[in-house]
Design a protein. Structure first.
Length: 323
C-alpha cells in the first residue's frame, strides 16, 4: 500500500514537473526565434550606438558600459516585441497584409507559443532591463540610465496596454519616435558620458524626425486590419495615399537637416555622403507611391523608408567613431 502511494506521489511529481516546465518553456526554439524578430534589433542597436559614438568623440568610452548598453538593447527589443505580440494578438489574427516589417511575429496567431509564455518572457526581460540600469547606477554612480529605462517601459505600456493604449487611440507613432529617436541615443550617450551637458541636441532632433517617419512607414502594410480593429494609426486616420506622401515630405525635410546638422565632432564631409545615400533612397520611393497593402511595391517602399531612417544613425555613428 505504501509502495503504491509512493508510486502515485512520484507520478504526480513527474506530471507537476512537466507542467511547470511547460508553463515556463512552452514552444520550440524555432518558435522563440521567430517571436524575437531579430531584424528589428537594428531599431535599437543603431540609436544606442549613435549615442555612445557621440560620447566617444568627446573622449568618454568604456567597453564594459558598451556591453551593458547593448545587452540592454537586446533585452528591451525582445521585451517590446513579446509585449506587443501579446497586446495585438486580436488585430494580428485578422491581418492578411503583414510582412517582415509589420504584423507581429505571428507565433500567437499560429499557436506556436502560448500567450502566457510570451507574457512571462516579456515580464522577465523587462525586469532584466531594470537590473542593467541598477548595475550602471551602482558601479558607475550614474542613475540616469535607470530612469530612462523606466521611462522606456512606461512608453511600451502606454503604447500597447490599457488604460492609454495609444497605438489604438492614436499617437502610437509619436511614442515610437520618443523611444527610438530620443530615449535610446540619449541613453547611450548618458551611460558613457555621465552627463547631458554637451550632447548634440540638433542631432537628437534629426533622430526624432527619422524615427517618426520610420514608424509611419511600418504602419502602411497593416492599414486594412488596423482599420477593422479601430486602431487609429496615422495611416488609418489619413489613409495610405496621404500617409505615403506625408512620409516623403517629412523625409525631404530630413534631407536638409542631414546636410547641415552638426554631429558633435564630424568633419562635415560625412554629412554629404549620408545625404547622397539618403537622397537615392528617398527618390527610389517616389515611383512606388500608391502601392497597396499586401503588394510587393509597398513592401519595397517601406524598406526604402526604413533604410532612409536607419542610414543616418549608422552613418553618423561610423563618422564619430572613425573620425
Amino acid at each position: 500500500m505504501g509502495l503504491k502511494r509512493s508510486e502515485t506521489n512520484s507520478g504526480k511529481s513527474r506530471v507537476k514537473g512537466r507542467g511547470l516546465s511547460a508553463y515556463f518553456f512552452s514552444g520550440s526554439p524555432r518558435a522563440w526565434i521567430q517571436a524575437s524578430r531579430m531584424p528589428s534589433q537594428l531599431y535599437i542597436f543603431l540609436p544606442l550606438l549613435l549615442g555612445q559614438s557621440m560620447a566617444y568623440a568627446q573622449g568618454h568610452f568604456s567597453w564594459r558600459i558598451f556591453v551593458l548598453c547593448h545587452l540592454y538593447g537586446l533585452s528591451v527589443q525582445l521585451f517590446i516585441v513579446f509585449a506587443n505580440d501579446v497586446a495585438d494578438v486580436e488585430t494580428d489574427t485578422i491581418n492578411r497584409t503583414y510582412n517582415i516589417f509589420s504584423g507581429g511575429s505571428r507565433v500567437l496567431v499560429d499557436s506556436s507559443l502560448s500567450r502566457r509564455s510570451l507574457a512571462l518572457a516579456a515580464l522577465s526581460l523587462g525586469f532584466f532591463c531594470v537590473i542593467i540600469g541598477v548595475v550602471l547606477g551602482w558601479f558607475w554612480n550614474n542613475w540616469g540610465p535607470l530612469l530612462l529605462i523606466l521611462a522606456g517601459h512606461l512608453l511600451v505600456w502606454a503604447y500597447s496596454y490599457r488604460p492609454l493604449r495609444l497605438s489604438y487611440r492614436g499617437g502610437g507613432e509619436f511614442l515610437q519616435m520618443l523611444g527610438v529617436g530620443g530615449l535610446l541615443p540619449v541613453m547611450g550617450y548618458l551611460a558613457q558620458s555621465g552627463s547631458l551637458s554637451i550632447i548634440s541636441w540638433p542631432l537628437i532632433g534629426l533622430m526624432l524626425l527619422l524615427a517618426l517617419t520610420c514608424a509611419m512607414s511600418t504602419s502602411l502594410p497593416d492599414e486594412p486590419s488596423d482599420r477593422k480593429s479601430s486602431k487609429k494609426s496615422i495611416t488609418v486616420i489619413f489613409g495610405n495615399w496621404i500617409n505615403q506622401r506625408l512620409i516623403l515630405v517629412l523625409n525631404g525635410f530630413a534631407l536638409a537637416l542631414i546636410l547641415f546638422v552638426p554631429a558633435a565632432g564630424t568633419r562635415g564631409l560625412e554629412n554629404l555622403y549620408i545625404f547622397l545615400v539618403c537622397t537615392v533612397l528617398w527618390a527610389s520611393g517616389i515611383p512606388l507611391l500608391d502601392s497597396k497593402p499586401g503588394s510587393r511595391g509597398l513592401m519595397i517602399f517601406v524598406a526604402l523608408c526604413v533604410g532612409f531612417s536607419l542610414t543616418p544613425m549608422a552613418g553618423f555613428s561610423m563618422a564619430l567613431l572613425f573620425r
